[in-house]
Ligand binder design. Sequence first.
Ligand SMILES: [Fe+2]
Ligand SMILES: [Fe+2]
Length: 238
Amino acid sequence: MKLLVLYDNRAVSEEWVKGWGFSVLIENQDGESLLFDTGEKWSSLLKNMTAAKIDPMTIENLTFSHADWDHKGGAEGFLKVNREVNVFLPEFFPSDFKEILKNLGHAWEEVGTRPTELIKGVYATTSFYTEGKPAELGLVLKGSSGLSLVTGCAHPGIVRMVVESNKVFGEKIKTVVGGFHLKDFSLDKIGEIIEDLKKEGVEKFAPAHCTGGEQIDEFERICGGKFIKMASGEKLRI
Ligand SMILES: [Fe+2]
Ligand SMILES: [Fe+2]
């Protein structure tokens, strides 16, 4: 399973655009592609696709973690260019976004009511609802090195999402990837969260986006060789 970070608050080099938001392109063993989130701006997402030599027309599937602007902002531009992409829309997406899809002639399939395999080996989790926070779902990837959980912002809580996924998928999540929304947490609290994740069986940590700059550095300090660097242009194999 290959992952390419196409949108993040950090970038690997000046050739890549960084910006507030998240997007990752997933390719499974059969070469099927799934774009998870689209960052804030289509212009930035397109620049990074160009840097990666990816033609947006060749992306076969699209889905989202949640409906925040920094995860769906780039979608309209992408959907105008790629009229063929299969859209898996979280059940909690707002009606104004469905109007955009209709106006562009896109059909969609709703996800989030139950774990759903989107492409071979890549599953959308059920929706997580939390009072006062955006509804969100994650992706569980069955790769050669076990299960990984990919999150957009992890507003429901990264530990909660891992605990639930471990139960539902009957196997431990070994790698967590994405935004963990810890930017307002103290560094002491980051240490506690890492401990909680390890107790649940997590072995590798790839924090990005709204995990927060200092907090990501703390992950790197604590996790050492188990830390995976994330940034626009970064490639992962899991
Ligand atoms: Fe976010
Ligand atoms: Fe968010």
